[in-house]
Design a protein around this ligand. Structure first.
Ligand code: BEZ
Length: 210
């Protein structure tokens, strides 16, 4: 059965470029961005892993660990890793899981047979400190992901966990937010700055500081 938002992230043991791990032990109480790529020594994947590595410090500042997976063996991951640094200028900054028997990829529904073969598509799972799956996005093999968007989703999840707010279309950190429908406008004015009621159901406020 495929995983859904709010489900517990399934645990597994696997070999990675950093050695054997048990996923939830490795994760601890961090946020995790867990993403699949189709194959090693492929062009789009090389650019994605480089960009993700370049943003690793930004993810770490937000308490997020990154980890990737593909169905290639660990020796291939290790042989490919130097290309990522050479081509993109960013050395691989997080582990890649080896999944030649597809155990992990199938557990996380990352293989979509309609996408050509039995390699993984470009799935991204956002897992929170309580091990709950909070966002899932899936791209086809031919379309490289936007890791600025992945970072933005982390910011939005953390912002909406910290306060009774939602984030509007195209929101970026620092932009105004939408007051949760669970609050009255009077309650919102006590809690947030510059509350503006465009409609009874659409109230904007300045982003709270925490
Ligand atoms: C790539 O990373 O370039 C790629 C991998 C598999 C299928 C299509 C593109």
């Amino acid at each position: 059965m495929s995983l859904r938002l709010g489900d517990d992230a399934p645990d597994f043991a696997a070999d990675t470029t950093d050695g054997e791990i048990r996923f939830l032990d490795w994760k601890g109480d961090s946020w995790v961005v867990f993403f699949s790529h189709p194959a090693d020594f492929t062009p789009v994947c090389t650019t994605e892993l480089g960009r993700a590595s370049g943003l690793n410090d930004e993810f770490a500042k937000r308490g997020v660990k990154m980890i990737a997976v593909s169905v290639d063996p660990v020796e291939d991951h290790r042989a490919w890793a130097p290309d990522i640094g050479e081509v993109t200028g960013h050395a691989l900054a997080f582990p890649i899981i080896a999944d030649p028997d597809h155990r992990v990829s199938e557990l996380y529904n990352m293989i979509h047979p309609g996408e050509g073969d039995t390699s993984t598509v470009r799935s991204v799972y956002f897992i929170d400190p309580r091990n709950k799956i909070r966002t899932i996005i899936t791209y086809p093999k031919s379309v490289g992901r936007n890791f600025d968007e992945i970072l933005r989703v982390v910011d939005a999840l953390q912002a909406t966990d910290a306060n009774p707010i939602s984030t509007p279309v195209d929101w970026r950190p620092g932009d105004r937010v939408i007051v949760s429908p669970t609050m009255t406008t009077d309650e919102a004015r006590e809690r947030f700055d510059n509350v503006e009621e465009l409609k009874p159901y659409l109230r904007y406020a300045d982003a709270p500081s925490s």
